[in-house]
Design a protein around this ligand. Structure first.
Ligand code: DOR
Length: 429
């Protein structure tokens, strides 16, 4: 992977321009001048223009991930904003939102400013999500308005649920005044108990403590009802069970302001992957049954699921080399996201590339209030170039994160990210 400054004039030639906002896909050339879209169609480029041949490739909006963990401040040995940016560029992501479960957590206006100031020097756009409660302890609300003024785009205690329903209700009311979504990690910790994998036939077979589906879906139902009561927007992260999909679908039908995301790992794997006891498959919420996985894919087809988000969660190899019980929850996912989901959707043949790309671009951007019209002349070139049919094997050389805890290492994929253009730079893979 090589990142360099874009030339003064760059011509993207002979590519298929896929616009997930307008729902169109056609062969066009694009001229980028000084890092901005100059013209699209059959424009005449000056002789001095550098040409990037995009024959057989798709050019689309840069991907946006609303759910990553970059571990800064506190665990820079796992990831930093700079190393996370490289993982993002390798995956076609031009914009990410970082979760606040750092050490210390992003629970004050000053900590939000720390991220926005550091992000200004990064090669992608990075937005902080503020903690809902001080210290992520679930009790006292943070100074949400002041945090929004410093650049917080949403609020979450991710990694931990907001267990107290009254706190969640108040958080939704404040967030609604600020027009920001609350993202609640839906996992009832009492019901989850010591569960480290999905509760079911596989947990019995493997002798590992199970985490019931209800630990998630009950809280999803609660959050939807609380959002309805306060008229606020709630976003459900990493939906993993069929019951949660049913609740989100019903709520959308009834006009509640609810959106939902699904991760590549919950779409790609089921709990049978754990037979190897490989701790890279240990994640919260856990990988579920095949019936759940299939329902998540259907949730994309039906429009119940709005976004794909990686929940990129780097951990050191030393920590992951512990027993399944002791290893931390989480896996990295930025580099493999497009290819993994494209592979599943192609194999299961039910979603068009255009509809899939909307879940990585327009929909997450809408959720966070970011600009959604990226092919407009004069806007910053924030683009991703792809080969949707290229087959390849994902290995450790495909990883640019500071951590290597990917469950996808060794997987054969269909579809590859070839280049990512953002902030005046071009990264060619
Ligand atoms: O598996 C997970 N890891 N789930 C989360 O919600 C948090 C994440 C982390 O921060 O490691």
């Amino acid at each position: 992977m090589k990142t360099r400054k874009m030339p003064k004039v760059l011509l993207l030639k002979n590519g298929t321009v896929l616009d997930p906002l307008k729902g169109t896909s056609s062969k066009k050339d694009i001229i980028i001048e000084n890092g901005k879209i100059k013209s699209i169609g059959k424009p005449k480029a000056p002789k001095s223009a550098e040409v990037l041949d995009c024959t057989g490739k798709v050019i689309t909006h840069g991907f946006c991930d609303v759910h990553v963990h970059f571990r800064e401040p506190g665990r820079e040995d796992k990831e930093t904003l700079a190393t996370g940016s490289r993982a993002a560029l390798a995956g076609g992501f031009t914009r990410v939102c970082v979760m606040p479960n750092t050490n210390p957590p992003l629970d004050s206006p000053e900590s939000i400013r720390f991220i926005t100031e550091k992000a200004a020097d990064c090669p992608i756009h990075i937005h902080p999500i503020g903690a809902v409660t001080k210290g992520q302890k679930g009790m006292e609300l943070t100074e949400m308005a002041a945090m929004v003024r410093e650049g917080a785009v949403a609020f979450s205690d991710d990694g931990l649920p907001i267990a107290n329903a009254a706190v969640m209700r108040r958080a939704l009311e404040y967030a609604s005044m600020l027009k920001k979504p609350i993202i609640n990690h839906a996992e009832d910790l009492d019901l989850r108990d010591d569960g480290i994998m999905n509760e079911g036939e596989m947990s019995l077979k493997l002798g590992l403590d199970g985490n019931t589906f209800l630990a998630e879906s009950m809280m999803v139902f609660r959050d939807i009802e609380l959002a309805r009561l306060s008229g606020a927007a709630v976003h459900i992260p990493h939906v993993s069970t069929k019951e949660s999909v049913t609740h989100v679908a019903a709520a959308k039908k009834n006009g509640a302001s609810v959106t939902a995301e699904v991760t590549p790992h919950h779409l790609y794997f089921n709990d049978e992957a754990l037979v190897s006891y490989n701790t890279h498959f240990k994640v919260a919420p856990p990988l579920r049954s095949e019936a759940d996985r299939k329902t998540l894919v259907k949730g994309i087809t039906s429009g119940t699921i709005d976004c794909i988000a990686t929940d990129h969660a780097p951990h050191t190899i030393e920590e992951k080399e512990a027993t399944f019980t002791n290893a931390p929850f989480g896996m990295i996912g930025l580099e493999s996201c497009f290819a993994a989901v494209n592979t599943i959707l192609k194999k299961e043949k039910n979603v068009s590339l255009l509809d899939f790309i909307a879940l990585l671009t327009v929909n997450p951007r809408k959720l966070m209030g970011f600009d959604t019209d990226l092919f407009q002349e004069g806007t910053e070139a924030e683009l991703t170039i792809l080969s949707p049919d290229e087959t390849w094997v994902f290995d450790e050389d495909s990883i640019y994160s500071r951590s290597l805890n990917s469950p996808f290492t060794g997987e054969s994929f269909i579809g590859k990210v070839n280049a990512t253009l953002v902030r005046g730079n071009m990264t060619v893979l």
